[in-house]
Write a protein that binds this ligand. Sequence first.
Ligand code: SAH
Ligand code: SF4
Length: 470
Amino acid sequence: MEKKSIDPARIEEQKALCGRIAGLIGAESGRPLALVDTYGCQQNEADSEKLRGWLALMGYGFTDNEFEADVIVVNTCAVREHAEMRVLGNVGALNHTKKAKPSQIVAVCGCMVQQPHMAGKIKQSYPVVDLVFGPHELWRFPELLLQVLTGHKRVFAAEKSEGVLAEGLPSRRDGKVKAWLPIMSGCNNFCSYCVVPYVRGRERSRRAEDVVREAEELVAAGYKDITLLGQNVNSYGKDLEPAVSFPELLRRVNAIPGDFLIRFMTSHPKDATEELFRTMAECEKCAHQLHLPVQAGNDRILKVMNRNYSAEQYKAKAALARRYMPDLVLTTDIIVGFPGETEDEFEDTLRLCEEVRYDAMFTFIYSKRVGTPAAAMDDPFTRADKQRHFDRLMEVSNRISAEKHRAYIGRTLRVLVDGETGREEYNLSSRTNGGRLVHLKGEPALIGQFIHVKITDGNTWALYGEPVLS
Ligand code: SAH
Ligand code: SF4
């Protein structure tokens, strides 16, 4: 398949349109104001940074108050129904803000509206929305917003697409310590429950030079914690000429001079290799943290999920990763209540979790997604059955996390201080090399620094510590 890269000249045209918009809206010293509201995954957070980059270039300032905003952009998620319901509820509530400020522009973008039935629903039932655009149109947001501003009509741009690659978009990152760095978009795996391949298109890798250049810029700007993002980073670079493997990319980012950490997500177990684990162990900047979503512990369910590994193969990979990195922090995603999952099959998932002993688990009740193969499968079990399984799994997950966190007590660890908590007793938050949250008390001037802390306490969700002088 031919990859559709957007010509840099077209991005420049979009930048020029930002100047026109600034004139049109009378932008001066950070006014008018925009609000970008983000749902879903880190990829969406990264997309929202680009939306803010565009808005800043148009002259908008930023606000958290939807009554104050002249433009509201809601960047949506389609992975589960729950997220879609929240979006629709919140977009519906914007009727009030628009009534109070009739010139307000409401845009809804992202994965949810890339589904034709959802774009249709917004068109019909949410007249408050002026602009709808899918993830493949983000690079031309200025053009679309200009159409709304000058045409005084609703604009819909969420055509079916295999996806595009656009370099050189402006980005406005919120923090100064941690940064997201997308290395690829889309997904080719078609897990039978998942809507992502339909809304994000096919896998497209950014050129390694572009990724390394952006990482260098981040390091030069003082970022200390860089997370490489992709739906399945392990298939990074297979579409490049010449091909570049993900471990090779890790080595190239690791070679950038400076004191910073490299994290990444997500890693599909079927494509996680020994070479990946060796590279993680050998690259001193690579965090010993691996998010390796297992989804289920039963082989029949894994097969109908189209995951392409068995529970044994998964466990062997997790064990291999831990052989290379004995201090590895291992996390996972699990779906409970996949169509037809029986009590015994669910018990296999519980057993796998007890065996692997994850540091943290992200558990979800299966959500039916329009157009996916799983949506057509028989699902005789009730919501109450699924909830019961979910609660049992949460209990196991919480207990193991608490046990693992308590085992840190008394140890001294190097952490990166990344922000303030707003609480008095433990006013700072930090992360261990493996990504575990550590609350501590200290001067805000420590934010952005690597320091040593002695761990004094731990529960299911976090660790607590005291800075030690090194
Ligand atoms: N590409 C990543 C994650 C994408 S979505 C990966 O493969 O790991 C994040 C998580 O949401 C998935 O790992 C899965 O556990 C969950 N998820 C995806 N589709 C879902 C659905 N239909 N219902 C419930 N959970 C789902
Ligand atoms: Fe969805 Fe599977 Fe792709 Fe992850 S790998 S985004 S779960 S289809």
